[in-house]
Design a protein around this ligand. Structure first.
Ligand code: NAD
Length: 328
């Protein structure tokens, strides 16, 4: 099958080539799928898209007109793909439902520890031969209360890791995870109580109309002074402007973010030659107690391999006209 891979990143190409084992003709395009680039798909049977590609109805219709029959997502999330329109046109769409919840959970904990122990600041100081320890004091994780919002695959692993540190875990989810209920030092509670009691809050629920801006002025007011907030889930869960206000007053003591509500304009690309236009990110970069990574929580060898293998399996299924368990 001829497949065009939109938004190919350097970090994933070798995994896709290896998983493919020369079965399909893969064409790697670095550009995003958009109204301007959709014509590149002419002559291909399938397109593969990543999180910031645009496969809205109008693009899907154009893909169909160009003869594309299949869309394979290299992501779990599918809010950027109008799969209902695609299916109505007779196209088949599949995704990668889970690639490595460990990667994301471990990254959330990495942000916690790096913020707590001032790792970036310490490293920068030592690069300047400044070996003073003043201002680098952290806290023991043992005995602290961590609040986990969303206890699905990633939230559950984050819970397990933090239990290992000796934290007390407060959990909130609209559906409680039975496997976590009987663990020592782990307890489900209300969202309000979690906000009030947690020293560290980590977000692991999806973004939808109920969770949009879950972290806002009102919820922040309930939190402990100097709380640590970690978001590796979706940027829209957090009202970033409200977080900035709370960082300025010291109410939020630490903020670790891997996702950002306006990330599609910035993330996954090198803007080092550009003049930064995003005032919110510009302000966040001025705080020493803010740590930002650019949607890299998933970025481990294991996750990239799983994404590549599932993507090629999806293409195989479509080629062989088989049922596909990851089909939308
Ligand atoms: P999951 O579906 O296994 O778990 C999500 C949990 O959130 C479920 O238990 C669900 O009941 C719960 N939930 C739904 N609505 C809620 C609400 N209103 N309040 C509280 N909990 C609610 O998903 P997962 O695989 O654990 O992924 C969690 C999130 O991580 C995803 O939504 C995704 O946005 C994000 N993610 C980020 C990266 C990254 O690289 N940063 C990678 C993968 C996933």
């Amino acid at each position: 099958m001829k497949v065009i891979i939109f938004s190919t990143h350097g970090f994933e190409k070798e995994f896709l080539v290896s998983a493919n084992q020369q079965q399909h003709e893969l064409f790697f395009a670095e550009v995003n799928l958009s109204e301007q680039t959709v014509n590149l798909a002419k002559g291909f049977d399938a397109v593969s898209v990543f999180v910031n590609d645009n496969a809205s109805a109008i693009i899907v219709e154009e893909l169909n007109r160009l003869g594309v029959k299949y869309i394979v997502l290299r992501s779990a999330g599918f809010n950027h793909v109008d799969y209902k329109r695609a299916k109505a046109l007779g196209m088949r769409v599949a995704r990668v439902p889970a690639y490595s919840p460990y990667a994301v959970a471990e990254h959330a904990v990495t942000l916690m520890l790096a913020l707590n122990r001032n790792i970036i600041r310490a490293h920068n100081r030592i690069m300047d031969l400044n070996f003073s320890l003043d201002g680098l004091t952290g806290f023991d994780m043992r005995g602290k209360t961590a609040g986990i919002i969303g206890t699905g695959k990633i939230g559950a692993i984050t819970t397990e890791i933090l239990t290992g540190f000796g934290c007390r875990l407060l959990l909130y989810d609209i559906e409680e995870n039975e496997n976590l209920k009987n663990k020592i030092n782990v307890q489900y509670t209300s969202l309000q109580d979690l906000f009030k009691e947690a020293d560290i809050i980590s977000l692991h629920c999806p973004l939808n109309e109920k969770t949009k801006y879950l972290i806002n002025n009102d919820s922040i007011k309930l939190m402990k002074d100097k709380v640590m907030l970690i978001n590796t889930s979706r940027g829209g869960l957090v009202n970033t402007k409200d977080v900035i206000i709370a960082l300025k007053t010291g109410k939020i003591g630490y903020f670790g973010m891997d996702v950002y509500e306006e990330e599609e304009h910035l993330f996954f690309a090198d803007h080092s030659e550009d003049i930064l236009q995003d005032e919110t990110i510009a302000r966040l970069l001025t705080f020493r107690n803010v740590l930002i990574t650019g949607h890299q929580a998933f970025l481990t060898k294991e996750a990239l391999n799983n994404i590549a293998v599932t993507t090629i399996n999806n293409i195989n299924c479509f080629q062989e006209k088989k049922l596909c368990s990851t089909e939308l």
